[in-house]
Ligand binder design. Structure first.
Ligand SMILES: [Zn+2]
Ligand SMILES: [Zn+2]
Length: 223
């Protein structure tokens, strides 16, 4: 499932980890924070922006990601390690920003959309809505598969997965999972990519070696 960019997406979707606590390859800069590019057959969305704009833009350049091709930014929650690169990115590519109502409105956005309730953002692309008063997750459906991308999972992985399930049975989870250790909740997933703040990455990898996908800045996941 891991391939090297740039290879055209034939169908389905691609998630490229742009910003992560570790790097998949020394060519990319590692730093505490998270950002990922979500490419679908429809829109291309930047999920979170990491902590520092310079690192975000640097890693994007190395991945041959053209900011002009990004249709929207989805901010999971207001913590600095997810929003730190937002201002720098919007200066280069002013665009639509989807964010939870607890975040301050960004400057330079062409459109700011605060999301409290579950919402369809584009065809087959959804927000869970703000959960536990702090964080939203992105849900993408393709064919009969539902993929969830989470920032830090502050509301809890169980809460996020059940909120996402309203859009279809969840097949894959990618993102920061914090201290999550109730592994029975991910038993039925076909793919799991724990990144960023996930404390138990090694335990997840050991338990689900065939479903585990390695993260790290520079990783490309085709689903
Ligand atoms: Zn956080
Ligand atoms: Zn975080």
């Amino acid at each position: 499932m891991i391939v090297v960019r740039p290879r055209p997406i034939i169908h389905g979707m691609r998630i490229t980890i742009v910003y992560d606590n570790v790097a998949r390859d020394p060519a990319f800069r590692a730093d505490w924070g998270f950002a990922a590019l979500v490419e679908t057959s429809g829109p291309t969305i930047l999920f979170d922006t990491g902590a520092k704009g310079s690192i975000l833009m640097d890693n994007m350049e190395k991945l041959a990601i053209d900011p002009a091709g990004i249709d929207a930014v989805f901010v999971s929650h207001g913590h600095w390690d997810h929003t730190g690169g937002l201002a720098d990115f919007l200066q280069v590519q002013p665009t639509t920003v989807f964010l939870p109502p607890t975040c301050p409105p960004p400057q330079d956005a062409t459109r700011t959309v605060f999301l409290k309730q579950p919402t369809e953002l584009f065809r087959n692309v959804f927000s869970t809505g703000q959960l536990a008063g702090i964080e939203q997750s992105l849900v993408v459906r393709r064919n009969n598969h539902t993929i969830v991308i989470a920032g830090c999972s502050h509301p809890g992985v169980g809460t996020i997965l059940s909120a996402a399930a309203r859009f279809g049975p969840v097949h894959a989870l990618i993102g920061g999972l914090h201290g999550f250790d109730d592994f029975s909740l991910i038993e039925r997933l076909e793919a799991i990519c724990p990144v960023h703040c996930t404390r138990h990455i090694d335990a997840i990898k050991r338990r689900y070696p065939d479903r585990y996908l390695a993260g790290g800045a520079g990783s490309v996941i085709d689903l």
